[in-house]
Design a protein. Structure first.
Length: 385
């Protein structure tokens, strides 16, 4: 893979997973250089959006509290290959990486959590969650790249109308996501809403597409329960970054074996937490080659698509966790929880001795609806695994 383009030219390529690795390494380098000056850094732009074409130039936004703290560091940044190009927008400074006339990276410096920062992050997250809009944007980029291969200025200007429409949608979408956390008790209002991401892994097992699930070890929170791999989103990570990192750590597999297919809308979990589900396929999949992180994962099992599509979950009222009407496995799970909610219910899937409830059960319901609503999605997975 060749990274970079000659200044002023345009060429787009299909998404390449290596772009994410390169971006992560660049962010680590920026953190090392800028240290406390840097509040956060994120991989943005089309190379951060799975499934769409992009110029082979990595875009990263760095958030700072004050430009007066950043600009004195231009000399050390220059020494490390981040070359200052001045103020390209009212609220932004630009740095580039590359050699001679070829640019490989754009580093956009802005005030953290400003409108500019939020536009970058919202557009990335929105397009990763909305496949149709992402595909339309990709088609426009391909068409414009063919017409204006030697005129990047016009190429950029011609994207402006669609970008404006996407940003409006992204802002409204983000606002609706933020409102999910607004119902927290007043005494907890000052606590920021945490976020997590999980991977819904698709594998081929015994020549049939299936979902891969984990059973938590007895040494962690929610011991013995069924879940998908995942964890808290760390500073500088996108939900996709987190889902990929946690999956590789928990299963002992390489990032190159995971192909991200789609990001889903987030789920509210345990009051204020937002969990971002990401669908991906593990290929090749070798169950004997997994190296489970035993302190977190005691075992894994597969749930075939065919079983999921032919079964429905039960729904239980869990207001009384000791109710004799609840399955024994669910009653055992509920012993780990002190909170009782009047009228609380949960989906519950019983599969070959495993009991699946709570967030994981809800995600199975959503995933099944995806398969039923988009047979081409199910077909692609059946053909491609």
């Amino acid at each position: 893979m060749e990274l970079g383009l000659r200044r002023g030219t345009v060429s787009v390529e299909a998404h390449n997973r290596e772009w994410e690795t390169i971006a992560a390494k660049t962010i680590d380098e920026l953190r090392s250089i800028l240290q406390e000056v840097l509040i956060d850094a994120q991989h943005i732009g089309s190379t951060s959006i799975r499934g769409i074409c992009a110029k082979p130039i990595i875009d990263i936004v760095i958030g700072v509290s004050d430009f007066d703290k950043l600009l004195p560091m231009n000399s050390i940044l220059d020494q490390n290959g981040f070359f200052f190009r001045g103020q390209d927008h009212p609220e932004q400074y630009l740095y580039v990486c590359g050699k001679d006339d070829v640019v490989t990276h754009h580093i956009h410096a802005t005030i953290y959590n400003s409108g500019t920062w939020n536009d970058y992050v919202n557009m990335r997250d929105y397009l990763n969650c909305h496949k149709e809009d992402a595909e339309n944007y990709s088609k426009l980029k391909e068409s414009l790249a063919e017409q204006y291969a030697e005129d990047r200025g016009t190429y950029t200007a011609m994207k402006g109308e669609m970008i404006g429409e996407i940003l409006t949608k992204a802002q409204n979408w983000r606002k609706s996501r933020d409102e999910i956390t607004a119902a927290a008790p007043e005494e907890e209002a000052e606590v920021p809403a945490p976020s997590a991401a999980i991977l819904i892994p698709i594998v081929r097992d015994r020549d049939e597409p299936a979902l891969l699930l984990e059973v938590r070890s007895m040494n962690v929170w929610q011991p013995g329960e069924v879940c998908f791999p995942g964890g808290h989103i760390e500073a500088g990570e996108s939900s996709i970054d987190t889902a990929l990192r946690e999956t590789c750590e928990e299963l002992g597999i390489r990032p190159s074996s995971v192909n991200i297919l789609q990001q889903m809308e987030p789920e509210r979990h345990i009051e204020k937490m937002l969990v971002w589900p990401v669908v991906g396929e593990i290929d090749p999949f070798d169950p004997d080659g997994l190296r489970l992180r035993q302190e977190e994962v005691s075992e894994v099992f597969t749930l075939p698509f065919s079983w999921l599509l032919s079964h429905e979950p039960a729904v239980y009222d869990i207001s009384d966790p000791e109710s004799g009407e609840l399955p024994v496995i669910l009653r055992q799970y509920l012993k780990n929880y002190t909170r009782k909610s009047k009228g609380a219910t949960t989906y519950y899937w019983a599969y070959e001795g495993y009991g699946i409830w709570g967030l994981t059960a809800r995600l199975l319901v959503r995933f099944k609806k995806m398969l039923l609503a988009d047979r081409s999605f199910a077909g692609k997975k059946n053909e491609g695994l």
